[in-house]
Design a protein around this ligand. Structure first.
Ligand code: AMP
Length: 111
């Protein structure tokens, strides 16, 4: 079981921003920006974006809309949305998650 599933199950605490039947959003424990939260699906079906199937289309849309609504709620006009897909690009938790980061300037391209 991943650490995110334990957060979904409330077996370990997290600083939760938002929750509904399909997703959960909580502050990243090791923030890379003044505001850094994660939006995750409650299902464990998708370990990374490349495992998502057409049937997950509505869920993925819901995660994105939730991410932008929470960014607005946090007072962010400009923000960065990141999905690390695979170990080679830095994914460490194999439960799909959208990073939302803001509150400082960012450079492009990312490292
Ligand atoms: P990634 O490297 O894309 O897989 O991102 C995983 C993220 O989860 C990292 O930014 C971690 O800091 C974050 N993280 C790991 N454990 C926890 C936790 N218990 N609560 C909140 N965020 C966590």
């Amino acid at each position: 079981m991943t650490i995110f599933k334990k957060i979904i199950n409330k077996e370990i605490p997290a600083n939760i921003l938002y929750e509904d039947d399909f997703c959960l959003a909580f502050h990243d424990i090791n923030p890379k920006a003044p505001i850094h939260f994660l939006v995750i699906p409650k299902t464990t079906e998708i370990d990374k974006l490349s495992s998502a199937k057409k049937e997950h289309k509505d869920l993925l849309g819901h995660l994105m809309i939730t991410a932008k609504e929470l960014a607005e709620k946090e007072g962010l006009k400009d923000f960065r949305v990141v999905i690390n897909n695979g170990e080679g690009v830095g994914q460490t938790v194999f439960h799909l998650h959208i990073h939302v980061l803001g509150g400082r300037d960012f450079t492009w391209p990312p490292g």
